[in-house]
Design a protein around this ligand. Structure first.
Ligand SMILES: Cc1cc2nc3c(=O)[nH]c(=O)nc-3n(C[C@H](O)[C@H](O)[C@H](O)COP(=O)(O)OP(=O)(O)OC[C@H]3O[C@@H](n4cnc5c(N)ncnc54)[C@H](O)[C@@H]3O)c2cc1C
Length: 428
């Protein structure tokens, strides 16, 4: 049986950035366990691809994600330049439709400043001024942030995997973690083999709660999975709007429900994502997935805290709209017509790549607002690492490593190697 000092579960952007930092700091036996045949096969490639500026994140409740996003911007920019990865400065308008949403935008301006965005990078404009810049956009008012960028997070992850491997990290592909037995070391069981590791770092994305629960943690939490679908604008409508457009969340408790107009790094325009409930973090088509997964999710909902959420009539009504927007392209277009009235269903003939978000539900039936970290003596778990998780992963991963050092998980002599980014200036 192979023995490791550290096993990272999950080769998404989070597990891979953590592996990269560790590889630059220590000479240890480290592996990344990934059930697919490559890194970034799930959320880390199947996302909107926006490097977000965190003006819309409340610095009190989303402090970690906001700080990570602000610090990671320059880090990604440098890597994109070094490795020729697309870095398209699109800018973004975050628009509102009435006085109430305008008040939210005023608050975002203050959050932006508190989160470290420069004063000259954010501008609050009236709807008529936005329509001067974007004649096909209609709104009451909006924030323009010139710092928003479109990129390809999957390519970043692949690049960091190469660097990690060069520094000695082993990627174990095609290995699905089925069970974890914890004694002094952790015995990790796959279908056909097992390994042991002194510590585990759980970065399993939509399965991270399941992995934590296999270690006896967070047993009173549950999760739901929402598929975000996109439609690609046909060539002749691609430039109807030249800037990325987001909207103030109609329901603040469910900020992931509103579709946007996105300028992608490849130059295409897409609308999406919606948020269609599905039974697993990998149900990319259809609504029920395989029957065993669906039944087990149904049982979890009926017996768990997600039922409290589903008892909320507002949530149920929103979710039913999401199903409609999946079955009917026209229903999805209608939601975007609120701010781009000119678009029609026949302008979008191809679907984009869908991705799945897996927000965690607290024991009292609410969505958990920030990322959650849990630990026991030989495992560390990162759960609810949702948007803008891809944006913030290089800085966030450095914070995680700093914490692991402080908590004694990494009680080894550091032997720093040459690195793309400077750990000491980030992990403060
Ligand atoms: C629709 C959508 C749009 C988004 N848009 C943006 C955006 O524009 N900007 C932004 O910053 N963020 C965005 N995000 C969020 C961002 O994509 C995620 O926060 C980020 O990708 C999470 O990375 P991860 O490594 O934690 O998860 P993942 O990429 O899901 O990686 C987890 C990995 O763990 C593996 N795994 C799971 N279970 C096991 C197991 N049992 N054994 C072995 N391996 C396992 C999986 O195969 C997977 O590769 C979006 C997300 C979605 C879904």
């Amino acid at each position: 049986m192979s023995k490791y000092d550290i096993a990272i579960i999950g080769g998404g952007i989070l597990g891979t950035t953590i592996s990269y930092w560790l590889s630059t700091l220590y000479d240890l036996k480290i592996c990344v366990i990934e059930k697919e045949q490559d890194v970034a096969m799930h959320a880390s490639s199947r996302n909107t691809g926006v490097v977000h500026s965190p003006f819309y994140l409340n610095p009190d409740t989303k402090k970690v994600l906001a700080k990570s996003a602000i610090l990671s911007y320059e880090m990604w920019k440098k890597l994109a330049k070094d490795r020729n990865i697309p870095w398209k400065n699109t800018g973004v308008f975050e628009v509102g439709f009435d006085e109430k949403q305008h008040k939210s935008l005023e608050e975002y301006m203050k959050w932006g400043e508190r989160n470290g965005i420069q004063e000259d990078e954010l501008e609050l404009l009236e709807g008529k001024d936005i329509s001067k810049k974007e004649p096909n956009v209609q709104c009451y008012s909006g924030i323009y942030c010139k710092r928003e960028v479109s990129t390809d997070f999957g390519l970043f992850t692949k690049e960091l995997k190469k660097e990690s491997e060069r520094n000695g990290i082993k990627f174990l592909f095609g290995k699905k973690v089925n069970s974890i037995e914890k004694n002094n070391d952790c015995i990790i069981q796959f279908d056909d083999s097992q390994i042991s590791s002194k510590i585990i770092i759980n970065c399993a994305g939509g399965n991270s709660l399941d992995i934590a629960q296999k270690c006896g943690l967070a047993t009173d939490y549950s999760d739901l999975h929402f598929r975000g679908e996109y439609w690609i604008a046909d060539d002749e409508y691609n430039d109807l709007v030249k800037t990325t457009i987001y909207t103030v969340a109609e329901f603040k408790g469910y900020p992931f429900l509103d579709p946007h107009w996105i300028k992608k790094a490849n130059g295409q325009s897409e609308i999406g994502p919606n948020a269609v409930p599905v039974p697993s973090p990998e149900t990319y088509s259809g609504y029920l997935g395989d029957i065993t997964t669906s039944l087990s999710k149904l049982k979890e909902i009926i017996t768990g805290n997600a039922l409290k959420l589903l008892a909320d009539p507002e949530f149920l009504s929103l979710v039913s709209k999401e199903w409609l927007s999946s079955i009917s392209k026209a229903a999805m277009i209608k939601r975007v017509q609120k701010f781009v009235p000119k678009i029609r269903p026949e302008h979008f003939s191809r679907r984009g790549i869908a991705g799945i978000r897996s927000p965690v539900i607290t024991p009292n039936g609410k969505f958990l607002s920030d990322v959650m970290e849990l630990e026991d003596k030989n495992s560390y778990h990162i759960i609810n690492y949702n948007s803008p998780g891809a944006t913030g992963s290089p800085a966030y991963s450095a914070f995680v490593i700093k914490k692991l050092q402080e908590k004694g998980f990494l009680d080894y002599q550091a032997k720093p190697k040459k690195s793309i980014w400077d750990f000491d200036s980030i992990a403060i």
